[in-house]
Design a binder for this molecule. Structure first.
Ligand SMILES: N[C@@H](CCC(=O)N[C@@H](CS)C(=O)NCC(=O)O)C(=O)O
Length: 217
């Protein structure tokens, strides 16, 4: 098979790419990182050991956003996750950066801190991450007014980023009840079949969530 994805179903960045693969209906082999052989192959391919990683006919593709751009270029099904037109494509990439940098990153900081030994925790950094999530949620609530999907057009790369980011961020630092646009957008993402499938496949691993997975979603 041409496509091999080194990934774990519970990982937020892996879900970002899984959504794109399911949107395209692209066939791929999951090299599950709990398997020692797949883990060793992955470490040899990418010493920085950040997943997911895609191998396409022997060529390594790094970084979730770039993997999704690669799928759109070379393995496109019904979906078009990055518009062809430069202006709309820029909007999509801008929102993709927003979700990675200002939702995924602070969420990962808080979750990563909870996985550390107590003596190595970083309360100052965690407080900063929580403040960033608060600001990001408020900004997003205004940005999503009148929008179905994040970049204002159809379902895109930006929504692939948003889905796992908002999914786990809400578990990590609850989205305030009054932010109706963000809650409604998160619900739309959860109802999208590609993300619903990724969430279902990750369900067996919820005990891995160090802050305790809530009994919902
Ligand atoms: N910039 C990378 C981030 C990937 C990333 O942070 N992946 C997490 C899993 S969700 C990871 O590799 N964690 C392992 C670690 O931090 O050691 C991307 O966009 O693909």
């Amino acid at each position: 098979m041409s496509l091999q994805l080194y990934a774990h179903p519970f990982s937020s960045y892996c879900q970002k790419v899984l959504i794109a693969l399911y949107e395209h209906g692209a066939a791929f082999e999951l090299r599950m990182l709990e398997d020692p052989q797949a883990k060793a192959e992955f470490a040899a391919l990418w010493p920085l050991k950040r997943f997911p990683l895609l191998v396409d006919d022997g060529a390594v593709v790094l970084e979730a956003s770039i993997i999704i751009e690669h799928l759109d270029l070379h393995h496109r099904g019904a979906a078009r996750l990055v518009p062809l037109e430069a202006g709309p494509a820029l909007q999509v990439r801008m929102m993709d950066r927003f979700f990675d940098n200002y939702v995924m990153t602070p969420m990962q900081k808080i979750v990563g801190d909870a996985l550390r030994p107590a003596a190595d925790r970083d309360p100052f950094g965690v407080a900063e991450a929580r403040a960033m999530l608060e600001s990001a949620y408020r900004w997003l609530n205004d940005a999503m007014a009148g929008r179905e999907w994040a970049a204002g057009g159809g379902f895109s790369l930006a929504d692939c980023a948003a889905a796992p980011a908002l999914f786990y961020a809400d578990w990590t630092h609850a989205i305030a009840p009054g932010l109706d646009e963000v809650h409604a957008y998160r619900r739309r993402l959860l109802a999208r079949p590609s993300f619903a499938r990724a969430v279902g496949e990750a369900r067996p691993y919820r005990s891995y969530f160090p802050l305790g997975a809530p009994d919902r979603d």
